[in-house]
Design a protein. Structure first.
Ligand SMILES: [Zn+2]
Length: 165
């Protein structure tokens, strides 16, 4: 890791803990930003032999940037959120995170993060051969999660009327 990259990561990680998100979602972000999510590319780097195909689409390698940016599942989730479906030229999770953070209004960014957290959970269910949610269901689950854990229902009503249209 280049020194400039590690400075960026350290200050970003500090910011992550201040976000108005559940600790579970922050922990997911921390793992993503430090390359500790056990996606195929990260496991192969640690010399672990596994099937490297994406669990959702099956025809791409499961690079972390594919899973959260270019996979049809990630694109479907972004479509539900009415945000740009793909960050072009992103190579790492950090790139996707940074671009989303810069381009989205803060509340919408927090919702996007929560969607990605649930996408990761669904990916793990699919990997274990268990039933998993489709993109549309991920978005309703993530909204429910935000209402139950972060925002009061009236607050959410106000936020969603502004951003989920
Ligand atoms: Zn895929």
């Amino acid at each position: 890791m280049q020194p400039s990259t590690s400075i960026w990561i350290n200050s970003t990680l500090k910011d992550v803990w201040k976000l108005k998100l559940s600790d579970k979602v922050k922990y997911f972000l921390w793992r993503g930003l430090t390359n500790f999510l056990p996606t195929s590319d990260n496991l192969v780097r640690r010399q672990i032999q596994i099937d490297t195909a994406c669990k959702f689409c099956g025809h791409c390698k499961e690079l972390v940037v594919h899973l959260f940016n270019t996979c049809k599942m990630a694109r479907g989730v972004c479509k539900e959120l009415t945000v740009q479906e793909e960050i072009e030229g992103a190579i790492t999770f950090q790139d996707v995170f940074e671009q989303r953070k810069c381009r989205l209004p803060k509340n919408k960014f927090l919702i996007w993060v929560t969607y990605m957290w649930d996408l990761w959970y669904q990916r793990n269910l699919k990997t274990n051969g268990e039933p998993f949610r489709a993109a549309k269901e991920i978005t309703s689950f993530a909204e429910g999660f935000l209402i139950n854990h972060i925002y009061a229902p009236e607050q959410w009503k106000e936020i969603s009327s502004r951003i989920l249209v």
